[in-house]
Ligand binder design. Structure first.
Ligand code: AMP
Ligand code: TRP
Length: 323
């Protein structure tokens, strides 16, 4: 592969959290030095859950701001809003015409909805097709994501193969990039950290709010003096992301030794998280001082993304007989 094209997206359904950061944002930021990176705010996707226009706009700007604060460099990576390149909905339709219903019936978001006796919208059902369109529209090679998106990238690959078999090799078949150490970050209750479980730690909360969140991590009822098991603790699992090797080892040893309560371990975790995000917090405050900056980045990003999208769509339209 010469210069890889890298693409990923994040839904503006709330404020980005530590799961988003380690699962997708940090890997994406690392990829920006290794190829042509396209990252977007998946506002069309967010419409499956966010129904308040003001919230959707605020979350979208907020995600962009957080991403920039964390180190996304607009000189290296294209950052844009999904809906600023509406061609993706056209490709989504084209793909949906070769998508077998059972493929979508097998996708986890849809199955979860049914399992919880909720009525899925058609948008939620078709969500993986729109995601495939996102990826294929930009001829992406690499898609850095968390573990929960693996199935969607598999769907994308299947659809690309189907189109290529029907119309000649017109689409690039992408690959997911999932880092084993950070593929599923646990939340406050030990389940996967997720906005829908309300168990998240946001990237830039106030100090007091962060402390409170971390103090609320679920633990077993072991008394202070008892030895504790580090391998199954969410405190340790999270601390691992932020602490040095030596500090991590010290926490694991202190767990096993007994004599220290969970409250103390949570304090150590708080200190590590607060220190880790300090430089990014400073950068975020600086960025937030110029409200036009995010808009400028997104506007330029939209232009650069659309230039690519127009060319891909011409190729696809021609190949399938729309023109
Ligand atoms: P979303 O908020 O669903 O748009 O997710 C954006 C990105 O963050 C996707 O690549 C997800 O796989 C990733 N992600 C979300 N939650 C987690 C988690 N708990 N652990 C690892 N990655 C995650
Ligand atoms: N579905 C992804 C999520 O929920 C977000 C997303 C939309 C995405 N389109 C994408 C991720 C394309 C990678 C590539 O996290």
């Amino acid at each position: 592969m010469a210069t890889p094209r890298i693409l990923s997206g994040i839904k503006p359904t709330g404020k980005p959290h530590i799961g988003n950061y380690f699962g997708m944002m940090r890997p994406a930021i690392e990829w920006q030095d290794r190829g042509e990176a396209f990252y977007f705010i998946a506002d069309y996707h967010a419409l499956t859950t966010v129904r308040d226009p003001k919230s959707l706009r605020e979350f979208s700007r907020g995600v962009a701001l957080d991403f920039l604060a964390c180190g996304l460099d607009p000189a290296k990576a294209v950052l844009f809003r999904q809906s600023d390149v509406p061609q993706v909905t056209e490709l989504s339709w084209i793909l949906s015409c070769v998508t077998p219903m059972p493929m979508l019936e097998n996708c986890h978001a849809y199955k979860d909805h049914l399992a919880n006796e909720k009525i899925p919208s058609h948008g939620l059902f078709a969500y993986p097709v729109l995601m495939a369109a996102d990826i294929l529209l930009y001829d992406s090679n690499v898609v850095p994501v968390g573990r929960d998106q693996k199935q969607h990238v598999e769907v994308t690959r299947d659809l690309a193969h189907k189109i290529n078999a029907l119309y000649g090799k017109i689409l690039t078949v992408p690959e997911a990039s999932i880092l084993p150490e950070t593929e599923t970050i646990p939340g406050l209750d030990g389940r996967k950290m997720s906005k829908s479980y309300e168990n998240t730690i946001e990237l830039f909360p106030e100090e007091k709010a962060l402390r409170k969140k971390i103090m609320s991590i679920t633990t077993d009822s072991a008394a202070v003096e008892e030895p504790k098991e580090p391998a199954t603790s969410s405190i340790v699992a999270l601390y691992k992301l932020f602490a040095s090797e030596a500090d991590l080892r010290r926490m694991e040893d202190d767990f096993r030794a007994g004599g220290i309560g969970y409250g103390e371990f949570k304090k150590r975790l708080f200190e590590a998280v607060w220190a880790y995000f300090a430089p990014m917090r400073a950068r975020r405050e600086e960025l937030a001082r110029d409200p036009g900056e995010v808009d400028r980045v997104l506007k330029e990003g939209a232009q650069r993304a659309e230039a690519v999208a127009i060319i891909t769509m011409q190729r696809i339209r021609h190949a399938i007989g729309l023109r």
